[in-house]
Design a binder for this molecule. Structure first.
Ligand code: GLY
Ligand code: MN
Ligand code: MN
Length: 451
């Protein structure tokens, strides 16, 4: 296992180094210029990046077959669609970056240098495209955009699968979160009685260390999120409803190009600031309230996860500031301890210990860590709580995690959470969400400067 991890690190390490070089050079990561896009076909694919991911998967499996279906469009009438009716399946996106629906990816591996990739796409349907806009079809355009030279129509899938089984020995990997009867039918029909295994653990383990393209997407999602948080702080006035703050925040996301929110935005004021995942957002704020805003934009399938806590009237009370500064210092101590080889469990212990030893009498009879009731952080990526192989989150350069200590004093209606996104680097860590003001001085200056 370790040899394979080392191999993966070599592949990912070069990509991460390239991203870091770009960052160091001040390149506008996730450039703010419009991205050329073909209508209905998604953003341009980083064909080198997805090919490297497929090769990394091949290295892991040695011999075998991998079959990955794309997501399906949801049905406006049967599935109660409330937002965008299509979001690509993360596993399919990771290996293709295509946003097209009802596709399949077939990979066959016959040893270290033999990877065959076939993309199956539904045929174009011009009358349907009057409703949906242009769709990618099984033709040379799809081959060019995807970087996959062999693109076939989906009705040849079963035939090709059977042929692949003749050519390739070894297990068959499919993500066993298949969602439709159609997908199960293909697996049962073609692979029944064979060694079918779940691809998810392998695919998920590749996703832990982000490559350069993934980091660029995350940086963009995080920059957009910071802009939304700043807009919300600037709009703050006592008496605003939480949903008005949410509206400004999410307008900031969309105005800056977000595809959607990465998770339901949390805007909790006063008593609601102490409810960890409060997302009802209906209360009217009052002078003197703190507001916890935990919200992240998604861009290019990757999501940020950022929390800022601020006084709706623009001035922290001494009590609010004391609690805030303890949370902030705890986060800094955790950040200073991030390095390759450390674990989230180490950081949790360091953060809890720091908070306990620096509580004084701030939290009454108890030390404040008694009110820090969740864990310190988690990886982010295509999922806001991104995939990890259970029990294995030992940091490596290129991982992106959150650091999000908090103190929640329900009796005082006083909750503070500060959440930032952090890249693990070869020597430590880099703040990715630093554009959103974080100290009490910066926050007060921003809110009051907007008046
Ligand atoms: N926004 C969810 C979390 O912070 O984990
Ligand atoms: Mn989080
Ligand atoms: Mn969060």
């Amino acid at each position: 296992m370790r040899c394979c991890v080392a191999l993966l690190l070599l592949v990912a390490g070069a990509a991460v180094a390239a991203a870091q070089a770009r960052a160091a050079a001040g390149a506008p990561l996730g450039a703010w210029t419009p991205v050329p896009e073909l209508p209905g076909m998604g953003r341009p694919v980083d064909t080198a990046a997805v090919a490297a991911r497929r090769r990394a998967l091949l290295q892991r499996i040695g011999h075998g077959t991998v079959l990955i279906p794309a997501a399906h469009e949801r049905d406006l009438e049967k599935e109660y669609v409330q937002d965008n009716d299509f979001r690509q399946n993360n596993t399919f996106f990771y290996f293709t970056e295509l946003e097209t629906q009802d596709a399949w990816l077939l990979l066959t591996a016959r040893g270290p240098d033999s990877l065959e990739t076939v993309l199956f796409l539904p045929p174009r349907n011009p009358s349907q495209e009057r409703w949906t806009g242009l769709r990618l079809g099984p033709d040379s355009l799809a081959a060019r955009l995807s970087g996959i030279p062999t693109v076939l129509p989906t009705d040849s899938l079963e035939r090709e699968l059977r042929a692949a089984r003749f050519r390739v020995r070894g297990p068959i990997y499919v993500p066993l979160d298949l969602t439709t009867r159609d997908e199960r039918r293909v697996i049962d029909l073609v692979f029944s009685g064979q060694d079918v295994r779940n691809l998810r653990q392998l695919a998920d383990s590749l996703r832990e260390v982000k490559d350069a393209d993934e980091l660029a997407r995350l940086r963009k999602a995080i920059d957009i999120s910071a802009a939304g948080h700043i807009a919300a702080m600037q709009a703050a006035r006592p008496g605003m409803y939480e949903y008005e703050i949410e509206a400004v925040l999410e307008a900031g996301f969309r105005r800056n190009g977000a595809d959607r929110v990465g998770y339901p935005s949390i805007v909790g004021s006063g008593p609601n600031s102490t409810t960890l995942h409060y997302d009802v957002n209906r209360r009217q704020t009052r002078d003197g309230d703190l507001v916890v805003v935990d919200a992240g934009a998604e861009w290019g399938q990757y999501t940020a996860d950022v929390t800022r806590t601020w006084p709706v009237n623009g001035r922290f009370t001494p009590r609010q500031k004391a609690i805030y500064d303890l949370v902030l210092a705890t986060q800094q101590v955790a950040f200073d301890s991030v390095r390759p080889g450390a674990t989230m469990r180490d950081l949790n212990r360091i953060a809890q210990t720091y908070m306990r030893e620096h509580s004084g009498s701030l939290c009454g009879d108890q030390t404040c860590d008694a009110y820090f009731i969740h864990s310190l952080g988690h990886p982010i990526g295509m999922d806001v709580h991104d995939v990890t192989v259970p029990g294995r989150l030992r940091f490596e350069p290129g991982m992106v995690i959150t650091l999000e200590p908090g103190i929640y004093l329900a009796r005082e209606s006083l909750g503070v959470r500060i959440e930032d996104d952090v890249l693990v680097t070869p020597t430590g860590a880099e703040w990715l969400s630093a554009k959103a003001p974080r100290t009490t001085v910066e926050i007060e200056r921003l809110i009051r400067g907007a008046r």
